[in-house]
Design a protein around this ligand. Sequence first.
Ligand SMILES: Cc1ncc(C[n+]2csc(CCOP(=O)(O)OP(=O)(O)O)c2C)c(N)n1
Ligand SMILES: [Mg+2]
Length: 583
Amino acid sequence: MTPASETHHHGGDRVAAALQAQGVPVVFTLCGGHISPIITASKARGIRIVDCRDEATAVFAADATARLTGIPGVAVVTAGPGLTNTITALKNAQLAQSPIVLIGGAARTALRGRGALQDIDQRPLVAPHTKRFIQVKRVVDLAPAVETAFVVAREGVRGPVGIECPVDLLYDEANVREWYAKASGRGRSLADRALRWYLRRHVERLFAGSGHPTQPRAVEAPPPAPPDATVAAASAALAAAGQPLMVIGSQAVSLPGEAARIAAAIGKLGVPVYLSGMARGLLGRDHPLQMRHARRDALRESDCVILAGVPCDFRLDYGRHVRRGATLVAANRSAKEARMNRRPTIAAIGDAGLFLQGLAATSPRPTQRQGWIDSLRQRDLEREAAIDAQASAQGEFVNPLGLLRALDGAAGDNATMVADGGDFVSTASYVVRPRGPLTWLDPGAFGTLGVGAGFALAAAVARPDSEVWILFGDGACGYGLAEFDTFVRHRVPVIAVVGNDGGWTQIAREQVKLLQDDVGTVLARTDYHRVAEGFGAAGILVAKDAEIAAALERAREMARSGKPVLVNVWLDKTDFREGSISM
Ligand SMILES: Cc1ncc(C[n+]2csc(CCOP(=O)(O)OP(=O)(O)O)c2C)c(N)n1
Ligand SMILES: [Mg+2]
């Protein structure tokens, strides 16, 4: 243990001070000997420390923090297995273009490759999933590494940055000198003396120039605005269009502070719009221009499609959803993504949200397109009516559509929804209406199961006054179930609703049809609510439609009293998502 008086301005505190200068309110972590000085110093500086039960959760939470606040989320994990546990979550953040700073520990610099605990070559594991991987080699470089990480994570196409901090940079100089003195022994042979000399030099190099604490700064590059000429070209294309359509994705809301202005811009443009990913909820629960259903049909009919922060990937059938002769405008921070699979007529390279604002500012008053909007609205209403009919069908257990309709009605106006699962949550994305900007969190393009607990943790920390709901598949809930312990310890009153259909249904649906075998896709109707109770949370079982309303109300009450709750709902099978694919 380092005496308290010596902890000031050791390397761990340099990292903490740099985080503090960036306005980081919370660090997600799972402890380890290699990172203790960062965690303790961050706490001493007033940064909230949320310790999770899996490093993946810490990184998922950092990811969601970044999406909700615009400030890169921070996860601190220990060397070796701590870092390898984060890889899926790191990749998820990279594909979601979420700016996070992952700080990992590492073995003592002089012991690299000599069999030290948890000493592995971390660069080849982590670097491919980051925009940059910084290996810090001197104490004086710690704070600048954090500063660089924050700049790089946010500039251009956003994404994760990794920083590797060897443990001998994080403790104070006296401690580190002592470690190395002990390691070099007391022998008098020439070799012993040479080793002592070498290690003394080594420590001197580690601490060179670190006599004075640094004054960390927060610098941020301005977000990339698309060139005026491309905005003007898009504006002209829009003016000439008879049936224009916009699809707006996560990247359009990567600057949370701009959300209200972007929503206003969409209203001014008067173009019907589909919202996807993090952009869901941007226009509130109901907006005359927002459509929810039959996107493919609408895209096929449109003569001018604007994709704002949406790549032509599998979700748009690699661009085939857009008619060949249509004018295609792609606004994207990434030139590669803007042109992926299909060359747009106009590529506006820059932030998609700023593009929409620019477009609204330069476009003339919207031409009358009421007929077009009405025809889309009509189809939307027909689909809603069909869902209503399906939602009222009676079965043995609970009708998933009925449950989701009830949940949509019951959740508070300030609710944030986290989606983690297959069929059940995809169904939810058609039925549950996010309340406002950035109130819907799903994994993004990587389609990762297991994001739920970490995302909810972040939402509850970032928005203490918001109701946080997790919509879980029963399969998906298993990944983060131990985080109910974290919810309880940190008094994070999330409401988790598990759509328990006793299986990995999204996979079973196709596997059984194509291969006539459900092997590997079957789960039990497990008592997940009791698991939550075991961690000290509240648990509620719902097995009949008639129990839904009271259960959801009780869950909200429990959450208001500060207690996390898991509502385990036994679902009937449904063919709502028949025909959707997962390959
Ligand atoms: C980490 C990860 N593993 C596996 C998959 C493949 N996968 C996609 S959906 C799904 C089934 C999800 O089951 P559940 O959460 O119970 O939702 P349901 O489809 O049953 O509603 C699986 C296994 C994935 N997307 N991510
Ligand atoms: Mg399931």
